[in-house]
Design a protein. Structure first.
Length: 339
């Protein structure tokens, strides 16, 4: 069984992935910024102790037992936040399952950050899984909760449901037709955040954007899901319309996507950023049926294994930037030629 980030889901020509994240804090402990080292370790020990009883094949891992490449490979898969793995403290832990569709960060911004993820557009099923997991943990370690405000969190913008629902969308059509700014403004006006692929503070890359809810207080979980679903459906509709406009000039479109494919398949060295931009065109060409040489799985593999850390995991060795650029071009050829 392929891990979720190598699978194709519903509406995956536009919606690359869906994620539900819940922020939770344990009662009788201050928020993370006020915790001393002993208290942080106590939280980690508490979570480690309950891990076997949670099920889902979850494994407990300490951050300081992981090498830097492994940590960054998890960031590239969107299983953990960049800030989480870049902290220099001797604390921090992760619960993760073999399928890697469940990831729980321990002592990130909050005591717990529960995440469930899937390929494509799958918010309802993900929410069911998130609630099930959340309730199992909540039975074993009581959460900090206020009858007035809801779940209490380190950052005031998460108080209430402490729920962040997000979808990763690929929008080359809207970008190339010049309509992306209009769509971004509409999303913001509807009370949604739109960010780069690694969340807050990151820029869009390869025409990838992360759309998520802003409001967590005074709104029910069902309403958050409903609102984001409605916005995402509009984005899908507008992106597909934009692609139809591009397809009217078939020579231009085919020339552009095959030029990108040509560089990818023939370059002797290629940077991760260049690969990301070229793969945006190649994914568009594959989704529209222009590039027959590729399928969804190969595109997903190319997107994952051209990233710096996962490239090194694929090769089973650590290499410097220049060597990575050379090896990346070889790995691209290997994946494309797979039977």
């Amino acid at each position: 069984m392929l891990n979720w980030y190598l699978q194709s889901g519903k509406e995956s020509d536009v919606v690359v992935s869906s994620r539900i994240r819940l922020a939770r804090n344990l009662v009788n402990f201050p928020f993370k910024d006020k915790l001393n080292k002993e208290a942080k370790k106590k939280i980690e020990e508490t979570i480690k102790e309950i891990t076997p009883s949670l099920g889902y094949g979850l494994q407990f891992m300490k951050l300081n037992n992981m090498d830097e490449v492994t940590k960054m490979s998890l960031v590239e898969k969107h299983l953990v936040s960049p800030n989480f793995v870049l902290n220099k403290e001797d604390t921090g832990a992760l619960l993760i399952n073999d399928d890697e569709n469940i990831s729980i960060m321990v002592n990130e911004e909050d005591h717990l950050r529960l995440q469930v993820m899937s390929a494509g557009f799958d918010l309802e099923n993900l929410m069911n899984l998130a609630v099930e997991l959340d309730e199992k943990i909540g039975e074993k370690v009581p959460y900090a909760y206020s009858e007035k405000y809801g779940f209490l969190t380190a950052c005031p913008t998460n108080v209430g449901t402490a729920l962040r629902v997000s979808v990763m969308v690929h929008l080359p059509g809207l970008t190339q037709t010049g309509n992306i700014r209009k769509i971004l403004d509409v999303i913001n006006n509807f009370g949604m955040n739109i960010r780069g692929i690694y969340g807050e503070g990151s820029k869009a890359s390869g025409d990838m954007y992360q759309v998520s809810n802003k409001q967590t207080l005074g709104i029910k979980e069902e309403e958050v899901i409903k609102n984001l679903k409605m916005i995402t459906e509009k984005i899908i509709e507008q992106e597909r319309l934009a692609r139809k406009i591009l397809a009217k000039d078939s020579v231009e479109l085919e020339d552009r996507v095959y030029r990108a494919y040509g560089v990818l398949t023939n370059a002797k060295k290629i940077s991760s950023e260049e690969a990301r931009e070229l793969l945006s065109e190649v994914k568009l060409g594959t989704d529209l049926g222009i590039i027959k040489e590729l399928n969804d799985l190969k595109v997903k593999k190319l997107e994952l294994y051209t990233k710096p850390a996962n490239l090194q995991k694929y090769l089973g060795k650590q290499i410097d930037t220049y060597e990575r650029d050379i090896e990346r071009s070889n790995v691209i050829k290997q994946i494309i030629e797979e039977k």
